[in-house]
Design a binder for this molecule. Structure first.
Ligand SMILES: [Fe+2]
Ligand SMILES: [Fe+2]
Length: 368
């Protein structure tokens, strides 16, 4: 054989042994808090370039090198199942969630090799993990126990003393950290966004990262009170909580950033005082940026400053916003009235709000 015909080492490592009939399984560990398009791209790259039969996603119970408290495992597992439901070669492996204590890869690999002797495993990691591989529990033993592959997510091959096979993947510009603060949500399927909101995952941070602390505390308080009024009136508490949480999400957005939104979606409101713009833009942003596609929520946020909708959900958030105990005045009687009779409470709130605005006509600003 001519020397040029000898395959390189990296190619040799990818050529399956024809005598080995075991299933070739790629193990992909991580927090998956939450799973996103980048994880799926890693799995597809592995299926293609490692000639694997399956990819198993292994959510960690508690990742050893991360100090942040993770979202409960049952939610991370459920979100993975949603994300993988149309991926016949991918599944969730829950052995780390079921095992007490920190999730060490060496324990997982020993367990899986024993449990599935018919599988030939390769453990897949990202570049960032290659750099700190030496910190992993029993790193040397682990590198001998199972094959490792790494995805050069940022396009670079990291130098390492370990026998790690690098595969290529076109960068997917998203991270779980970004998603947890409500950025790049277009990399999350709608069904997963719906799961976030139904289970109140991450969404408080979506608001917290966009408004000052005091406004965030007000948003949480309004969410609680809106939910309380809604439940007392026989309405959907979850829908009400979300409305209250997001009602001021655009309160801190500069006017020059709100103006293009208004021009695009409701130019007729440009004549209103800019202090009210956050309600109109907030309704749009909640729908189009955060993916809460609920016309009643949008309507309630749109009208929350002036109380101009008599939809019961809009009444709840209008009253909760005006009566928020954190505003510092005694609103107990009106809160009690709203609990007992939403319509009567709404009329009183609206009347007293009008009085306030009339009394301050000189600089009549709708600031709620
Ligand atoms: Fe507001
Ligand atoms: Fe508010």
């Amino acid at each position: 054989m001519h020397v040029d015909a000898i395959p390189s080492r990296s190619v040799v490592s990818r050529v399956p042994d024809v005598a080995d009939t075991r299933r070739r399984v790629v193990l992909l560990g991580g927090s998956f808090d939450p799973v996103h398009a980048g994880h799926l791209a890693m799995a597809h790259a592995a299926l293609d370039q490692l000639e694997a039969d399956e990819v198993w996603f292994i959510p960690a119970r508690q990742a050893p090198l991360k100090s942040r408290q993770l979202t409960p495992g049952e939610h991370r597992k459920a979100m993975l199942e949603i994300a993988l439901k149309n991926e016949p070669q991918m599944r969730v492996e829950t052995c780390e969630l079921e095992r007490e204590g920190e999730s060490f890869t060496i324990d997982t690999v020993r367990y899986l090799k024993k449990q599935y002797p018919d599988c030939d495993f390769t453990f897949l990691v990202g570049n960032d993990q290659v750099e700190q591989f030496h910190k992993w529990k029993e790193a040397d033993a682990l590198a001998r126990l199972v094959k490792f592959a790494a995805v050069a997510r940022d396009g670079r091959n990291v130098k390492t003393k370990y026998p790690i096979h690098f595969i290529h993947m076109d960068p997917v510009p998203v991270s779980s950290t970004e998603i947890r603060t409500g950025n790049r949500l277009n990399y999350v399927p709608q069904e997963l966004l719906d799961y976030f909101y139904a289970n109140r995952l991450y969404c408080k941070d979506f608001v917290k990262s966009r408004v000052p602390d005091r406004r965030y505390m007000h948003s949480l308080s309004v969410a609680r009170l809106t939910e309380e009024f809604a439940l007392a009136a026989g309405l959907d508490g979850q829908q009400a909580w979300l409305t209250g949480l997001f009602h001021d999400v655009c309160k801190a957005m500069p006017v020059d950033r709100m103006r293009p939104w208004l021009e695009a979606v409701c130019p007729e409101e440009l004549t209103m005082h800019p202090a009210a713009w956050h309600s109109y833009v907030g309704a749009q942003v909640t729908d189009r940026v955060f993916g809460i596609h609920d016309p009643r929520i949008s309507n309630a946020i749109f009208h929350h400053v002036k109380g101009t909708s008599d939809d019961p959900l809009a009444m709840c958030v209008f009253c909760a916003d005006k009566l928020d105990p954190l505003r510092g005045y005694d609103s107990y009687d009106l809160i009690d009235l709203c609990r007992r009779d939403l319509k009567a409470g709404f009329e009183k709130c609206r009347a007293s709000n009008r009085e306030y605005v009339d009394a301050h006509r000189k600089d009549a600003v709708w600031t709620n």
